[in-house]
Design a protein around this ligand. Sequence first.
Ligand code: CA
Length: 146
Amino acid sequence: MSKVEDFLSVQEEQEIITAIRKAERSTSGEIRIHIETHTDIDHFDRTLEVFHLLKMDNTRLQNGVLIYVAVDDKAFVIYGDEGINKVVPPYFWDTTRDVIRNHFSQGNFKQGLIEGVLQAGRELEKHFPWDVDTHEDELPNEISRG
Ligand code: CA
């Protein structure tokens, strides 16, 4: 089994965190990434579990987005909170998903996450623009590991 540390170096992780900060400058949405090696349960169910564990369901506008990655399972899930699902069209995350999948399929994990985060930010901006009066960084900009 590979280790999560093999998946991204510290330097690469910093570059992804920079991308999260950049994406969150244009939207009130809150983006997080969780990486683990493997889960025995369904990836979508696990994503929901992590979403709650990270308290991502506590944002004011319910607009947290979690990009969940299970390295050994070669699987990832993008999950947006209820506030997002209420206002976006179906297949909202397809563009972001395709961006990540294209990079991952070529083994470009760091670039896949960076481009995915930036794309998610652009999609979120249309529905949740950055609000100078009320915006605060509600969730830490860091990558959590399982
Ligand atoms: Ca944040």
